[in-house]
Each structure stands twice: as structure tokens, then as C-alpha cells.
Design a protein around this ligand. Structure first.
Ligand SMILES: NC(=O)c1ccc[n+]([C@@H]2O[C@H](COP(=O)([O-])OP(=O)(O)OC[C@H]3O[C@@H](n4cnc5c(N)ncnc54)[C@H](OP(=O)(O)O)[C@@H]3O)[C@@H](O)[C@H]2O)c1
Length: 304
């Protein structure tokens, strides 16, 4: 099977590309710089220079491919996330980039298109379980992900297999937000917002990558949720983080700090989102290796 990946040099994409190469797939990956060409060749993927905003380059890239995995994103680092225009490139990749890729995929006869969405689009559900049947409640920085999902649904409407995997927040040794969390925790602060009993949806990066590969192999067209088995409440998560940095307890900033320093667009971070992976597990047999952040943060433990 011949695959084309965007975002193959990212946190998720690197693991997905390696798993696919190891699994015998022929992997072509969009590149934007010479440095990344070397990185991709080292894992056995074939770099292909293309531009998400140039359809003719995409048509060339997708000719003869069976599946597209669209994993590119441009989420700004936390320190820049509230600056004006910080999300523009990300929105453009999700809206215009996904539309161009879907059009090119349809023209080139690609049969499968996979896009990783985000579970943060769900409303605050308290203690209730949420899943793809729950109507989303996006803030403006999340809307472009739902727009990208609509393109994938359009791909399915054209008679192909479009798959959206709404994923929890990534965590693991290579995820920048995990590195930031561990750094804050060393200063006794847990950057985890919301009520003690609110749930935070997470997924270990390697498990997210396995989910992409399992979706490619086994899932039918549709929208699925990819989170770990047991979403933790914020207080449990703070306690798991404290253990990882060998502290007894951490201070959690109050919710209004988030409002004050980041603004209403980021208040989704304080929601309670107890998201269920049941549908995706039943469909594909995928089983996360790290069932909850309680186990995950043990793997990230660092000495004081
Ligand atoms: N991070 C999370 O917690 C999270 C949670 C749920 C879902 N997701 C979704 O999972 C996917 C992967 O996220 P990630 O955290 O692995 O991303 P990441 O580490 O930030 O990687 C971004 C990738 O996108 C590429 N890229 C950036 N700008 C591009 C452009 N203009 N054209 C083409 N490629 C471009 C980068 O390539 P270069 O090396 O060339 O810059 C890199 O390969 C995204 O769709 C994201 O929305 C992420």
C-alpha cells in the first residue's frame, strides 16, 4: 500500500511514519526543508517536496498513492499562543490545506484519507461520557479543525473512505506540552486548569500513532475518538504529575488565571471532557499501551 503523509516530521508523524515503514508500507512524506529530507530518509520514508497551498504540487505528490494521512499542523508554542495572528498558519493548513489535499486526493483516485482532529471541541460534559455523537462546542481557535473534518466528510461523500480521529491532548517524552508541564511541576506548579473533578482527555503519543495505523488497516469511514482508557480528573492528573517530579503536591492555578492570561478562547482547557474510546476500540481492536496518565506519568518520572 502506498501512503502519502503530511506532518511526518512532527511529534505524531515521526512515529506514524516509522511504524508504517516497519510494517512494509511504501511511505512518501511531504517535506519543506533539506534538513527534514535526511531525517525522513533515515527512517525509510521517501521525501517529496510539495506545498499544501499549491494544488499542482499536491496532484504530483498523490498520483499513484492509496492513502493520505494529513498530520500537518502549525500549533503555536504556549508562549506565543495568545499573540494576534498566532493561529493563522494553523487555520490555513486545516482549512485551505485540507481542502486542497482532499480535492487532489479525489482527482488522483486516492481511496483513504485520515485526519487527526481534537477532542477539545466537545463541550463541558461534567461526569458524563462524551464521544463523536456529542455535538461539538468549539471556541474560535478550534473551529478550523471542525472545518478540516468537514472536508474529510466530503471525501467520504465522494465515495471514498474518510476517517477523522478526534484525539486527546498528546503527552509523552517528545511532546512539548509535557516538557512544559514537567518544567512547571519542578517549580511546584501544575498547569492544569478546571474543577478538581473535571476530566482531562489525553493520549500517549505512541498510542495515538498506533491508532492512526490501526485506522488505516481496519476502520470504516467515520469519526472516532482516540483517548486513553481512563481519563483522569484534574486533581488525579496533578497528583500523577507531582509523583513524576517527586513532589508531595503541586499548586494548581485558579481557573480565572487562564481567563486573565489567555482569554476566553482558551477556556476549553478548563472543561470537563470525559471522552470515551469505546467506538474506536470496537471497530479496530486498538488497545492503548498506556491506559491512563497515572501510568504514563510514571514512565516520565524524573529525579528531583
Ligand atoms: N499536539 C496535540 O496535543 C494534539 C492533540 C490532538 C490532535 N492533534 C493533531 O495531531 C496532528 C499532529 O500534531 P503534532 O503535535 O504531531 O504536530 P507537530 O509536532 O507540531 O508537527 C507539525 C508538522 O506539520 C508540519 N507543518 C507545519 N507547517 C506546515 C505547512 N505549512 N505545510 C506543511 N507541513 C507543515 C511540520 O513540518 P516541518 O518540520 O516542515 O515544520 C511538522 O511535520 C495535528 O493535526 C494536530 O492538530 C494534536
Amino acid at each position: 500500500m502506498k501512503i502519502f503523509i503530511t506532518g511526518a516530521t512532527g511529534v505524531l508523524g515521526r512515529v506514524v511514519a516509522r511504524l508504517l515503514v516497519d510494517g512494509g508500507y511504501q511511505v512518501h512524506a511531504l517535506v519543506r526543508s533539506a534538513g527534514n529530507e535526511t531525517q525522513l530518509r533515515e527512517i525509510g520514508a521517501e521525501p517529496f517536496a510539495a506545498n499544501l497551498f499549491d494544488r499542482s504540487s499536491l496532484r504530483e505528490a498523490l498520483m499513484g498513492r492509496d492513502a493520505v494521512l494529513h498530520l500537518a499542523t502549525h500549533i503555536p508554542p504556549a508562549k506565543d499562543a495568545t499573540r494576534p495572528g498566532a493561529w493563522r498558519e494553523n487555520d490555513r493548513i486545516r482549512r485551505e490545506g485540507t481542502r486542497n489535499l482532499v480535492d487532489s486526493a479525489i482527482e488522483c483516485g486516492v481511496t483513504t484519507f485520515i485526519y487527526p482532529g481534537i477532542v477539545f471541541v466537545y463541550p463541558d460534559g461534567g461526569a458524563n461520557w462524551l464521544d463523536a455523537s456529542t455535538p461539538p462546542a468549539p471556541t474560535s481557535i478550534l473551529q478550523s479543525s471542525l472545518d478540516a473534518e468537514a472536508e474529510v466528510v466530503r471525501f467520504t461523500g465522494a465515495g471514498h473512505r474518510g476517517i477523522v480521529l478526534r484525539m486527546g491532548g498528546f503527552y509523552g517524552p517528545t511532546a512539548s506540552n509535557t516538557i512544559d508541564m514537567l518544567r512547571s511541576a519542578r517549580y511546584r506548579i501544575a498547569p492544569i486548569f478546571g474543577r478538581n473533578t473535571a476530566y482531562q482527555p489525553l493520549i500517549w503519543v505512541d498510542d495515538a500513532a498506533l491508532a492512526v495505523v490501526d485506522a488505516l488497516r481496519k476502520a470504516s469511514a467515520g469519526i472516532y475518538d482516540v483517548v486513553d482508557d481512563e481519563p483522569l480528573q484534574k486533581r488525579e492528573l496533578a497528583s500523577a504529575l507531582a509523583h513524576a517530579v517527586v513532589r508531595r503536591r503541586l499548586v494548581r492555578p485558579p481557573r480565572f488565571f487562564l481567563w486573565l492570561f489567555a482569554g476566553k478562547n482558551f477556556m476549553f482547557l478548563a472543561r470537563s471532557q470525559r471522552v470515551s474510546n469505546r467506538k474506536f476500540k470496537a471497530e479496530t481492536g486498538w488497545n492503548p499501551m498506556v491506559p491512563s496518565a497515572r501510568e504514563g506519568f510514571k514512565l516520565l518520572s524524573i529525579p528531583p
